[in-house]
Design a protein around this ligand. Sequence first.
Ligand code: HEM
Length: 423
Amino acid sequence: MSDNNAANRCPVVHFDHNSQEHSANPADSYRQLRESTPVAWSEAHEGYWILSDYQSVFDAARDDGTFTSQRTPSGGEGLAVVIPKTPMHMHIPIELDPPEFRKYRKIINPITAPAATANMENMIKKYVTWFVDEIIELGEGDISTTIGVPALVTVDWLGLPVEGWHKYAFVHHQALTGVPGSDDYKRAMEVVMPEISQEMRLIIADRRRDPQDDAISALVQQEIDGELIDLEDVFSIVELLLAGGTGTTSSLVSQTVVWLYQNQEVRQDLTNNPEKLDKAIEEFLRFFSPTQGLARTVTEDVEFHGCPMQKEDRVLLAWASANRDEKAFPEADEIDIERWPNRHMAFGVGVHRCAGSHLGRAMVKEMLSQILTRMPGYVVDLDNIVPYPHQGTNTGFKSIPISFMPGKRLGPKLNNIAAISTR
Ligand code: HEM
């Protein structure tokens, strides 16, 4: 086990990415750390290192030998890539290291590749249209409801029942943005999670017997080491795809919508010139970094960027902070929608770089496009926006009241979301 004696650490800081103090202004909090102690040790959460400049995050993310993503006893039970560990089933392949990792990533790549994502454009469009239709005639609403889009798209793409999409969204939002110990968090983990886990296992087994045209069916037919993949491993992959797909994309859209309201010239520019959206989305990814930081565990005693790390030490790779490092991005605290090149780390770096980046970008683009064109003059009630209760892993808003000029529906009025499912 690692030696948590602060005297053996250099430098020791008072920092906790899950604290209210940090949540009040994560960018400021990370800036102070990055500029004074880019590799630092905190005693919070039984002790962990925080890497906050571009170079240290980049170096650690590319060195799986020293910084493992696998579960180890350090830091207790649960998801190894977050601090503190969330009590969840093992996620594959994010909690595996090469060479084992590659066997699984290889079977995920085809279902998340650009060609596969291009086939989902129609589905994405339908769901975004449905969400916008729900409020377009009213002239007001909570635009954060569009955060349902990524959950719905992911659930439909996987082949899970779309009428139950909100259960999946609820559990995965709570896991990443809820407050451990709160009523919602407990309900998500203790009641809804077991319920959806059982549903997922039944569907996974069913697809092996009777494949359909969905991502779960594609996964259950794959082989690992020459044998049909274990269904429990498929479950671990599906859970990760849900976790990856739901929170991150909505976090980005929620923050971008608020920022564009506060920066009307840019909003007008993007409305008039939609061809600028692709580059702008990369800049929003850099600036807002929906996944603020993820964790690794040190595999052997090592000196890293001048600091003595010990086997089993936990380490936070702060993507969000690296993305604001002036050494990598001139005027890093400004949004420049034309910034190029833009080598941000919002999707991570190294072998675990996001498998869903193409899908994430496609969903963000469709959501922003429809919000900009169908609600062109939207006004955000800034006094009543509600941020996620803590911003340690995912930043964003859980409520964004807006008003706008009422518009026309594009689709029929539906009582049941399953009616627009693509299957
Ligand atoms: C804006 C949207 C997104 C952001 C900011 C984001 C961010 C990230 C980051 C930072 C990682 C690196 C993990 C690590 O190094 O430990 C990652 C991995 C991953 N993401 Fe995303 N993600 C997004 C969307 C998605 C979507 C839509 C999906 C799935 C449908 C997805 C699935 C995954 C998976 C499966 C991994 C693990 C890859 C591996 O271990 O090889 N992500 N994501």
